[in-house]
Design a protein. Sequence first.
Length: 340
Amino acid sequence: MAFTTEEIFSKLRVYLFPWGANEPDVASMIKFVKAAEDLGFDAVHVPWHFTMPKTKSFAEFGTRYLFDPMVLMPILARETSRIKIAFEFVVPALHPFVWAQYFASLDNASNGRALAVPVLGWWDEDYSVGMVDSKRRGKRMDEALDVMTKLWAGEAVESDGIWESAGLELNPRPVQQPFPMWIGGGEKSLDRSARFAEAFYPLFPTEQEVRDEMIPTLAAKSEKFGREKRLELAVVNYGMISEDEQWIKDWAIPRLIARTNGMTLDQALEKKDDPSIARPEERLMIGRPQDAAKRLAGLLDAGVDHLVMDFYLHGWEDSEFGLEHMTRFAKEVVPLAAQP
């Protein structure tokens, strides 16, 4: 199936990270998002934590700097005019009314460009700050999704559960009705995605996994929950574009191994030739523009509805590095992928 350049850009989104070794300031983050908008990307995604994780790959930053994403999102809304603004948040960590009100206000402030991306979470400090028993996080999430969707739609919340929510009402409600939501996670998140969301949002599958496993599973889940249209598939991928094959092999591959396998860089260097780990060469849009374009076209042809691209290693590199690879991707990879 052939896609036009415009159709491809309508499916492409980019990550912006409010953290990193270089402690990004507001001006650099605004610059990155404005560039993404000018290049034609459909949306920017900002992930959320209360604090920076101390796990292996995050520890490589050498800093726990984190600009509050809840402050950043309305700034991005004010500084842009077209690009959608998506916020990935650990929903069990706060009362669902807080999230519902935040997204309703953000959608109004952005003239209907907001998207909620709730995730279950994994980082202990997010749970401790939010006073979450990690063993009950799934129940907290399901109840929160039910409460939020009712509040956004103007429906009554009639009973309490884990939270006291009965009788709460929301005003203003979101501009977008129904308010769009994706749900990130693995297989255990499929049912709640089919019940509550527009899209299911896993990490970097291969073309074969998309075509043979994910699309049939999403179709079955959609039928199970009586959806009129199939639950969409939105996936994360990395983009690192260079004609320098040696640089890709010696610099990029070890860092991508570290990111996709949750390792330190030293550990990744030790395993850079290990075929038993997740291999960037098999899943990611890296290397020469024509190679990345082939993978992009293949994923879209396999049935991926949205691709959220990480151009600077989850914040290991700064947004200027991300801007360089995002620009090359937009100007060199997308036109090649659009060729019949």
